[in-house]
Design a protein around this ligand. Sequence first.
Ligand SMILES: Nc1ncnc2c1ncn2[C@@H]1O[C@H](COP(=O)(O)OP(=O)(O)O)[C@@H](O)[C@H]1O
Ligand SMILES: [Mg+2]
Length: 290
Amino acid sequence: MSIELRDVTYTYNPGSAYEIHALENISLKIPDGQFIGMIGHTGSGKSTLIQHFNGLIRPTRGEVLYNGENIWEEKYNLRHLRSEVGLVFQYPEHQLFETDIITDVCFGPKNQGYSQEEAEQQARLALAQVGIPEEYYQKSPFELSGGQKKRVAIAGVLAMNPKILILDEPTAGLDPRGRDEILDEIALLHKKRGITIILVSHSMEDIAKYVERIIVMNGGKVAFDGVPKEVFSHYRELEQIGLAAPQITYIMHELKARGLDVDTGATTVEEAKESILKALHKNQGGKEKS
Ligand SMILES: Nc1ncnc2c1ncn2[C@@H]1O[C@H](COP(=O)(O)OP(=O)(O)O)[C@@H](O)[C@H]1O
Ligand SMILES: [Mg+2]
């Protein structure tokens, strides 16, 4: 078990006229190796929550534990924590600042104490894994497209070999193709490196296909937390908090309501197809017999 939050509450500007209760009594565990989607509409507390995972934000109340240790104990090594729990911010501009891409991606590993040569080796590997070709290495990060900037920002964190990779809305502002490409690459990273991934998004559709667990945030609280099937079964409640289940969920419920015996828990097009074919087959089989 890797990260644990116990009863975490976070208030921005406490005691002032601008006081905002961003998180209220959050308790959750993030075990090793999970691929998690975190979803919720704007202002629900996602970004505030994930910054607790690597100690960028200190809870107003409650505890954050990493491998069983309280990260806010006096002698705790936060620097080490931050190299194990990598966070890619929503706006890559906040993360890219060197004159060329390779130097930018080397920054993390060099900061971890690796030699120039070792840092560059890790940077090259990370850039290759996010699909940035070598001819880009000398370019300025600011010459890149939105999608490429995101990839370089992800590579910058990956180069530090994190055990946990947190991505804050990596698909925001991308077109559908750029979005699918980046999500596919993230899924591949999970498969290849076996690291824990927390993917923050405000689109169910985006994450339904990839993740094994969905945490739904609403008003600074965890509204739902479970496997996608289970979370989507609350599609009516999800709508009430401004979220929609994937369209597949609606189609399957509609088919079921019209008398076709399909699995309403299907979350991907592939699963839906199989379930519909099976139900149709069963119907036909039934007819033939009678
Ligand atoms: N730096 C900040 N200062 C004050 N309030 C903030 C700050 N960052 C976020 N908030 C507020 O905290 C709440 C949660 O925001 P945030 O964690 O950014 O949500 P999300 O990432 O889901 O959009 C919102 O009401 C937001 O306005
Ligand atoms: Mg956010």
